[in-house]
Design a protein around this ligand. Structure first.
Ligand code: GRF
Length: 204
């Protein structure tokens, strides 16, 4: 059984989709061990409590990044977390944090990376005039929205779109992509050469 640790700051719809996938057996042999938010008003906390999951608020406002990260990492370790899933966690991880969980931290971003990293990726895609966008689940490394890509899903950008309609279309795919990526990583049947993740072909 693998323990997932969820870090979030806001609404928590990706976390909820992960929780549903765990419950439905789409992410086999996994449980959500802890849901941590750096904000006490995160909607995701209410969802977690409703689902009977353990929650923890570790406020980050005005705190030194590494000090805060040390508390978060201690909580993850206490709950024996195998895989950390950032799900709308609006805080950069310190390099120290990343080193505590090598290739065991995932993030989801609402664009086809490396296009449109950072905030408001859906608005960036519209403003750039992209005709296709989507989402990316990737390993977290020391750079923002940067580590090796695990899963991507595309969506069309329609002439009638504004940032809300585009974000909603991307979000549907995010909810599918994150569970796929977690299953793939937990299964462990892949290799990464350079930045490129490929599935291993079973011998025989
Ligand atoms: C999602 O768009 C995700 O890609 C981005 O932040 C948003 C979080 O939404 N990293 P939610 O809190 O999971 O609903």
């Amino acid at each position: 059984m693998k323990n997932l640790g969820i870090l979030l700051s806001r609404r928590g719809s990706n976390f909820e989709a992960i929780a549903k996938s765990v419950a439905a057996g789409r992410i086999p042999n996994a449980r959500i061990a802890i849901v941590i938010s750096n904000r006490s008003d995160a909607g995701g906390l209410a969802i977690a409590r409703r689902l009977g999951l353990e929650t923890l608020v570790i406020p980050s406002k005005g705190r030194d990044r590494e000090q805060h990260d040390r508390e978060v990492v201690a909580a993850l370790q206490k709950h024996e977390v195998d895989l950390v899933c950032l799900a709308g966690y609006m805080r950069l991880l310190s390099p120290w944090f990343v080193r505590q969980f090598p290739q065991r931290i995932l993030n989801i971003h609402p664009s086809l990376l490396p296009a449109f990293p950072g905030l408001e990726a859906q608005e960036q895609a519209l403003a750039y005039g992209a005709k296709v966008s989507g989402c990316t689940v990737h390993f977290v490394d020391e750079e923002l929205d940067h580590g090796p890509i695990i899963v991507q899903k595309t969506v069309p950008v329609l002439d009638t779109d504004d940032e809300h309609t585009l974000a909603a279309r991307i979000l549907e795919q995010e909810h599918i992509a994150y569970s796929e990526a977690i299953s793939l990583v937990l299964e462990g049947n892949f290799e990464i050469v350079g930045r490129r993740l490929t599935r291993k072909i079973p011998a025989g």
